[in-house]
Design a binder for this molecule. Structure first.
Ligand code: OGA
Ligand code: MN
Length: 230
C-alpha cells in the first residue's frame, strides 16, 4: 500500500531537491540545503516571503513527544466530553471542538512558559486562558482574521497529533500568499501584518499540499496563545 511521507521525510526530500520554481524562505538559490534550514514557508513571490519572513515563524520540534503526551493527558478528558461541530455553515471552522484552559499542571505550564518567552515581547499582556482547538480528521479552518477587538498583534500555536498546512492570503489581493508547513510538535508565530493583513486557514486533508508535496492531515489539536490588543 502506498504510504504518505511524514513531514520529516518530506523535509529531507526538500532538503536534497530544492524546488526553485517558487520562492523559498531559506533564500537558497541552488544546491542542497541542510535539513536544519528546511523550508517551512513558501510563497507567491520571493519578495513577499522575505518581507513577511520576520513576521511568520515556524519552529520545528518545539515540544518533545513526552510534552505532547503531557498536554494530551490534560486536554483529552475535557475534549472527549464534547462533540465535533460540523453543521454551522457560516462558522470559520468546520469539524472541531474547542476549549479554553487557564490553569495547567507543571509540565504543561513549563511548555507554555517557553512558548510565551519566545513568542511575545517581555511585559506583553496576554489573553489569560489558552485556546485549545481540536480538529477532526475531516475538519479544517476557513480563511479568517482573528478579532482585532479581542486579540493583539501576536498569535502563537503548538501543533499536536498531525502535520498540517497553514495558508496566509493577503486581504484584497488573493494572488499574494504564503504557505506554512506546520509539522506535528512545531510552534508557529504570526505577528503584525501577517496577523492583521492576511487571512489564515488550515487546509483540509484533500487540499493539504505544501510546495507540491502532500501533507496528510489527521486529527490535529492546536494550543494557541494570544496577546491582548495594545
Ligand atoms: C483560530 C485559528 C489556528 C490553529 O482558532 O483562530 O486560526 O492553529 N487556529 O488551530
Ligand atoms: Mn485564527
Amino acid at each position: 500500500m502506498k504510504r504518505w511521507l511524514t513531514a520529516a521525510e518530506q523535509l529531507q526530500r526538500l532538503a536534497v531537491c530544492v524546488a526553485q520554481r517558487r520562492c523559498l524562505s531559506s533564500g537558497a538559490s541552488s544546491g542542497p540545503i541542510p535539513v536544519r534550514d528546511a523550508v517551512l514557508v513558501v510563497g507567491s513571490r520571493r519578495e513577499l516571503v522575505e518581507r513577511l519572513g520576520s513576521q511568520v515563524e515556524v519552529r520545528t520540534a518545539f515540544i518533545s513527544e513526552e510534552e505532547e503526551q503531557a498536554l494530551l493527558r490534560e486536554l483529552e478528558p475535557g475534549l472527549k466530553k464534547k462533540r465535533y461541530e460540523f453543521d454551522h455553515w457560516d462558522d470559520a471552522i468546520h469539524g472541531y471542538r474547542e476549549t479554553e484552559r487557564a490553569r495547567w499542571g507543571a509540565a504543561c505550564e513549563e511548555v507554555l512558559n517557553r512558548l510565551r518567552s519566545v513568542a511575545f515581547p517581555e511585559g506583553s499582556q496576554l489573553l489569560g486562558p489558552v485556546h485549545v482547538l481540536d480538529l477532526d480528521k475531516t475538519g479544517y479552518i476557513k480563511p479568517h482574521i482573528d478579532s482585532v477587538k479581542f486579540c493583539g498583534s501576536t498569535i502563537a500555536g503548538l501543533s499536536l497529533l498531525s502535520d498540517s498546512v497553514m495558508r496566509l492570503v493577503k486581504e484584497g489581493a488573493t494572488d499574494e500568499w504564503l504557505d506554512l508547513l506546520l509539522p506535528r510538535h512545531s510552534l508557529y508565530i504570526l505577528r503584525d501584518q501577517a496577523r492583521y493583513n492576511f487571512t489564515h486557514e488550515i487546509l483540509k486533508d484533500e487540499d493539504s499540499v505544501f510546495n507540491g508535496l502532500k501533507v496528510p492531515r489527521s486529527r490535529r489539536i492546536s494550543v494557541i496563545c494570544r496577546n491582548l490588543p495594545a
